[in-house]
Design a protein around this ligand. Structure first.
Ligand SMILES: CCCCCCCC(=O)SCCNC(=O)CCNC(=O)[C@H](O)C(C)(C)COP(=O)(O)OP(=O)(O)OC[C@H]1O[C@@H](n2cnc3c(N)ncnc32)[C@H](O)[C@@H]1OP(=O)(O)O
Length: 207
């Protein structure tokens, strides 16, 4: 269907399709997890105490918790609270996207043990997610092409519930310099003074 946008331009319906594009979008390899990657069944502690996705020191954060699943998968859970609402009694879509960013980033970081940041994140919201729901997110490492790492995930309303959200993301492997050059100095100093703020380290920070 062709739809005209408010400025007369041909709008989204012909551009944004529900038919998924090929994934990963480029040829990739699926590497073995890093030899030091945590074993299946390992509970992963928060990677940074002030992370909005997983940190214990973020009162209204998502407090996402992750456990290593199969060779290329990590299962994460987070419970939607009143602080996460976008409409009465329903989770905000942006916060759900945040949960997937976290779950996917955790998967890439822990399985490859390389620092990587999100370059692109796309989400399909299939069902509303009510306050009180525990969203169970199964994320999968899909492939690597140079510095580009592709991962995807689906989130269910409870472990056996229907799929409510799907996401795909591109992560780009970066040097630790990325964080040192761009992070706020006060926060970097705080981490240097108290390394326990970095609870689980998907990468070695002391070269
Ligand atoms: C355990 C940890 C859990 C963490 C979970 C949370 C993760 C996060 O939220 S990270 C924070 C959000 N993300 C960011 O702040 C990243 C900001 N962006 C950047 O710093 C840069 O743009 C960065 C690093 C992604 C890429 O820059 P740069 O290093 O110069 O690489 P660049 O050459 O531009 O891109 C590398 C490749 O990726 C591709 N690429 C980069 N961005 C995109 C994109 N949006 N779409 C498609 N391809 C892209 C490039 O085309 C390039 O491909 P190729 O190698 O084939 O030429």
């Amino acid at each position: 269907m062709r739809v005209r946008g408010h400025n007369g331009a041909r709008a989204y319906s012909s551009v944004v399709s529900r038919t998924p594009a090929p994934w990963p979008p480029v040829p990739t390899e699926l590497p073995e997890p890093h030899p030091d990657a945590p074993a299946a069944g390992t509970d992963l502690p928060p990677h940074y105490a002030f992370c909005f996705g997983c940190g214990d020191k973020q009162g209204d954060g998502l407090h996402l918790r992750a456990k290593v699943g199969g060779e290329h998968t990590i299962r994460s859970r987070f419970t939607v609270t009143e602080a996460h609402q976008g409409a009465p009694g329903l989770a905000h879509g942006g916060l759900l996207a945040c949960a997937f960013d976290e779950a996917l980033g955790t998967t890439v970081g822990h399985l490859l043990r390389k620092p990587a940041v999100t370059g692109k994140l796309e989400t399909d919201f299939l069902l509303p997610v009510p306050v009180g729901t525990t969203l169970v997110i199964d994320a999968h490492l899909d492939g690597v092409a140079g510095r580009k790492v592709y991962a995807s995930a689906e989130g269910r309303l409870g472990a056996d519930g229907p799929v409510a959200v799907r996401a795909r993301a591109l992560f780009v492997v970066v040097e630790l310099k990325h964080f040192l050059d761009n992070g706020r100095e006060a926060d970097l100093r705080a981490v240097a003074a108290d390394p326990s703020l970095l609870g689980s380290r998907p990468v070695e920070l002391n070269p």
